[in-house]
Design a protein. Structure first.
Length: 291
């Protein structure tokens, strides 16, 4: 699979065992999701036009692993960046890869507006019920009663209820396909693999916006072994976040019509936005300084 770099330069300069391993903790679900995404890109033959939008979170170093186009977005802004990429380069296949803190908290406005707009992009949403990268704080998806760094006695009603992103996305008119999958056993992994590929296929066919929510393990902050973390997800997350297709209108939704690729010619752009005068008047001799 040539979508993955042969060596990961971030680790030991790409040499030795570290140069062949990711930065993810043992048992973390991100590695599997990366694999399924890479397999789908390879199978569909779209590596040369795929652009992955990296989040702020555990997957921030996505660009170290996948040999595709990549843009690093500010925290929560990946859907907005993804839309900019898609509108500027309509033939690109754009993947917004986000965690629950990035998408469901600081980025909730961006994902709602991008989904309702419905322009064909693929969103991979990894839900591990906690802020992983920043120290195990409570996330919008943290379960009731779950203990975190910022809810040491467990999440209570005054902290709000867990946010069901897939169900929320499915109620909007814009998306064509929304599914929630998991990784805790082989059957669920096969379903996750198929869902991620379908999301990309729909974008290749210009059908519309899709979101795949992946229930993932975070053994580090759960203070569990990888096997125990898989059991925890199955026993505790599924009652709150039931698996399955939440919306699929791909058979009835017409493909998006092609839009004109914008011009990046400086002369054309200047003609649209207007040119600044050759000489701009100045009214200050320098930057103001305090005394």
């Amino acid at each position: 699979m040539n979508v993955f770099y042969e060596r990961f330069a971030r680790h030991a300069g790409g040499e030795g065992l570290k140069g062949q391993s990711t930065h993810y903790c043992p048992g973390c679900g991100h590695g599997l999701v990366h694999k399924y995404l890479a397999e789908a890109i390879d199978a569909l033959g779209i590596q040369d036009r795929t652009v992955a939008i990296s989040p702020v979170g555990c997957a921030v170093f996505l660009y170290y692993y996948l040999d595709v186009g990549n843009v690093q977005a500010a925290h929560g802004r990946a859907p907005a960046v993804a839309l900019g990429q898609k509108l500027a380069r309509p033939q690109s296949i754009v993947v917004s890869y986000q965690g629950d803190g990035d998408l469901a908290s600081i980025g909730i406005a961006e994902i709602l507006q991008a989904a309702q707009l419905g322009i064909p992009i693929s969103v991979i949403f990894v839900n591990n019920a906690i802020y992983g990268m920043t120290g195990g704080q409570m996330a919008p998806t943290t379960l009731m009663g779950q203990k975190t760094a910022t809810s040491p006695d467990g999440r209570v009603r005054t902290m709000g209820e867990p946010l069901r992103v897939a169900e929320m996305m499915a109620q909007l008119d814009g998306p064509v396909y929304v599914e929630r999958v998991a990784l805790f056993d082989n059957r669920q992994r096969v379903r996750a693999q198929k869902a991620i590929r379908k999301s990309l296929e729909l974008q290749v066919d210009n059908r519309g916006f899709s979101l795949i929510e992946v229930l993932s393990e975070c053994p580090l902050h759960l203070e569990l072994t990888p096997a125990e973390a898989e059991h925890w997800v199955q026993q505790n997350m599924l009652p709150v976040y039931p698996l399955g297709v939440k919306k699929d209108v791909t058979e009835t939704r017409e493909p998006w019509p092609a839009w004109t690729t914008p011009s990046f010619d400086p002369e054309v752009v200047a003609g649209v936005i207007g040119r600044a005068p050759e000489s701009v008047p100045r009214f200050c001799s320098g930057f103001p300084r305090g005394h």
